[in-house]
Design a protein around this ligand. Structure first.
Ligand code: NAD
Length: 319
């Protein structure tokens, strides 16, 4: 097996998400080498030129176009490649199309005998993480999905604005599917180290916190729909969320992040990829933080996992 080059990151898919991630990654100083790969070679070339012209303003980093042979010694491969839904195309058809794309990319990675970690971003990310794991047949920790890291950031932003407290003093986690069935784990939500329900009377900004928190949770679920309506795609916050995950890996941080991982009995769930708090470090998902969730949150996690199991089962049907 080839030794991974130090801090070489391959980004598959040079569209809105892949290129914005590459831009944020270049500025972070985390990567030594960034390689962009896209089936649309002209797009990859254009993005690389545009990024490389910023090199005098970035910390030292090499940025270039690549091809599947770059998987061989990449420390991390970030997959943002995917097809967008076409008019008249069903979600199920799209699911099959993106699963085929994911399977082929992972097959190429396996062919290169790469020992790099794989970070899946393409949607539906929970199902795509499952497909990647099935296709690669490797230890579950090595392949993770970006999951609800972005959604948790959205919730932290909303809580910070609502309570008028620095977002860095707000800890909050969205768990479950990166999608409509996700939910806020209020039992794990703290402001300045104080559980949210105890912080509420101190804050005193809203009349009915229960109503407010339901609205906030829904706002997180609807965020991507609104942004896509306004501008066609989401890219900035997800790009930064990816840099956060990559930083945890490259700096061996053992950060707790709500990435998507395959559960094998944790939380009473089996054989489904879903976002739960995970310790993320050099070898990917190093530990699942099996928090003792209250009954309603455990039920919400199970309901979300059930939605994903249906989607996984659909992979075996004809589109
Ligand atoms: P995009 O259409 O701008 O880019 C996708 C790119 O993938 C295109 O450039 C396309 O040419 C490329 N591609 C398709 N098949 C390929 C293949 N087999 N090999 C190499 N490249 C291939 O889309 P986008 O806005 O960048 O979004 C990318 C994906 O990320 C989508 O699935 C989107 O839903 C997802 N996304 C995920 C999150 C998250 O939090 N997980 C957030 C935003 C977007």
């Amino acid at each position: 097996m080839p030794l991974a080059s130090q801090r070489k990151i391959a980004v598959v898919g040079a569209g809105a998400v892949g290129s914005t991630f590459a831009y944020a990654l270049a500025q972070s100083g985390l990567a030594g080498e960034i390689v962009l790969i896209d089936q649309n070679e002209a797009l990859a070339r254009g993005q690389v030129l545009d990024l490389a012209h910023g090199q005098p303003f970035f910390p030292a980093v090499s940025i270039r176009e690549g091809n599947p042979s770059d998987y061989r010694d990449a420390q991390l491969i970030v997959i943002t490649a995917g097809a967008a839904q076409r008019p008249g195309e069903t979600r199920l058809e799209l699911l099959h199309k993106n699963a085929a794309i994911m399977h082929n990319i992972v097959a190429d990675i396996v062919k290169q005998d790469s020992d790099g970690l794989i970070l899946v971003v393409s949607n539906p990310v929970d199902v795509m993480t499952y497909v990647a794991l099935q296709s690669a047949g490797v230890d579950r920790g090595r392949i993770l999905g970006s999951g609800t890291v972005l959604d948790s950031a959205r919730l932290r932003h909303l809580l910070s604005a609502h309570c008028s407290i620095d977002v860095h003093n707000v800890h909050a986690y969205i768990l479950g599917e990166h999608g409509d069935s996700e939910f806020a784990a209020w039992s794990m939500t703290h402001v300045a180290g104080i559980p949210i329900n105890e912080f509420c009377p101190i804050c005193g900004r809203c009349e009915d916190w229960n109503e407010k928190r339901d609205a906030m949770e829904q706002q997180v679920r609807d965020s991507a729909y609104h942004i896509i309506d306004y501008k066609g795609a989401t890219c900035f916050a997800v790009g930064l969320a990816l840099v956060r995950i990559v930083g945890a890996i490259l700096r061996r941080e053992r950060s707790v992040l709500t990435v998507c991982t395959r559960l094998e009995g944790e939380f009473g769930l089996q054989d489904v990829c879903v976002s739960v708090p995970c310790v993320v470090s050099e070898t990917g998902v190093e530990q699942i933080v099996t928090a003792n969730l209250p009954e309603n949150e455990t039920a919400a996690l199970h309901a979300s996992a059930a939605v994903l199991k249906v989607a996984i089962a659909q992979l075996d049907t004809n589109a």
